[in-house]
Design a protein around this ligand. Structure first.
Ligand SMILES: Cc1cc2nc3c(=O)[nH]c(=O)nc-3n(C[C@H](O)[C@H](O)[C@H](O)COP(=O)(O)O)c2cc1C
Length: 275
């Protein structure tokens, strides 16, 4: 079972490819995580599979995203005991493999390894997204890597991280979340058309529409989905994002190019059961 969390579509795209190569079920964790926020008192999620569980997600600060870690630890995994992690990253995964192994330990799952594929950088509230042509090249290069990884998973081989880096001291990791992972500087410009794409896609259910304008509710994981998917680029994060290109990869593999009309709905890929 391939389970993905994705802010701007990279990890969803990679998960879709993996699901095709492995002929395995694809499950959007975005939907579940969103649902969990909207209805916190619902029963614990249980995922059941006879094939290995593969968690596909972005790298956040050289780790597995904290919100995903929390969701996984709050879920149950039934059937197969093997768990793989496939990360997407802009440059490196640091100590994500160690982090993933810890998560598996807490879940009593067998850690089968973590590996990563390079995808376009999406973190525009701190950095810059690549030029569209460069992004296309990066996305193309990912396909054969995913095919390779699928072959390893199909024969239950352990996998290793080719983008691993040094460990990050815990205080630095905490500081990163404190300084950068918040929504206090998001604002919307007058050009907002009130389409609510940002609110509908937020995996944290952190955006409410008031008077046809988004309002951020203080529970943000900086996934970049709102700022990236806005069809008129009306969302900014302080002054940091002014004039910067937004990056979003749709479920059909098309990037959001400037002036392209987006299709802002949570995708349902062929085999995505929406579980
Ligand atoms: C909050 C945040 C932290 C990130 N940290 C890292 C990182 O430590 N290393 C890295 O290579 N990329 C990092 N990135 C880039 C993303 O991991 C990368 O672009 C990923 O493919 C985005 O996947 P998604 O579109 O599925 O959300 C970060 C992005 C965000 C939004």
């Amino acid at each position: 079972m391939i389970l993905y969390f994705s802010g701007t579509g990279n990890s969803r795209y990679i998960a879709q490819l993996l699901s095709e190569y492995c002929s395995d079920e694809l499950v959007s964790l975005n939907r579940h995580m969103r649902q969990r926020r909207l209805e916190p008192y619902t029963a614990q999620y249980a995922f059941s599979s006879e094939t290995p569980f593969v968690i596909v997600c972005p790298t956040y600060c050289w780790h597995i995203p904290k919100v995903l870690e929390e969701f996984l630890l709050d879920s149950r995994f039934l059937g197969c005991r093997e768990m793989y992690f496939l990360l997407t990253c802009g440059s490196g995964t640091g100590q994500a493999a160690r982090h993933a192994e810890e998560i598996c330990g807490k879940l009593s799952m067998e850690f089968m390894g973590l590996t990563a594929v390079l995808m376009p950088e999406n973190y525009i509230t701190l950095f810059r997204a690549p030029e569209p042509d460069d992004a296309v090249g990066i996305i193309r290069a990912a396909r054969p890597q995913v095919e390779n990884i699928a072959q390893q998973i199909l024969i239950h081989h352990t996998i290793r991280d080719s983008y691993a880096g040094p460990a990050m001291p815990a205080p630095l990791y905490k500081l990163f979340y404190k300084l950068f992972v918040h929504d206090r500087r998001f604002r919307v410009k007058d050009s907002c058309i009130g389409c609510s794409a940002c609110a509908r896609l937020c995996p944290m259910a952190n955006i409410r529409m008031r008077d046809s304008r988004p309002v951020w509710m203080g529970n943000c994981t900086q996934c970049q989905s709102c700022i990236a998917v806005c069809p008129v680029d009306a969302i900014e994060f302080g002054h940091r994002t002014r004039g910067k290109r937004r990056y979003y990869l749709f479920a059909n593999g098309l990037q959001k190019f400037p002036n392209e009309k987006p299709r802002p709905q949570e995708p349902s890929a062929g085999r995505d059961t929406g579980k």
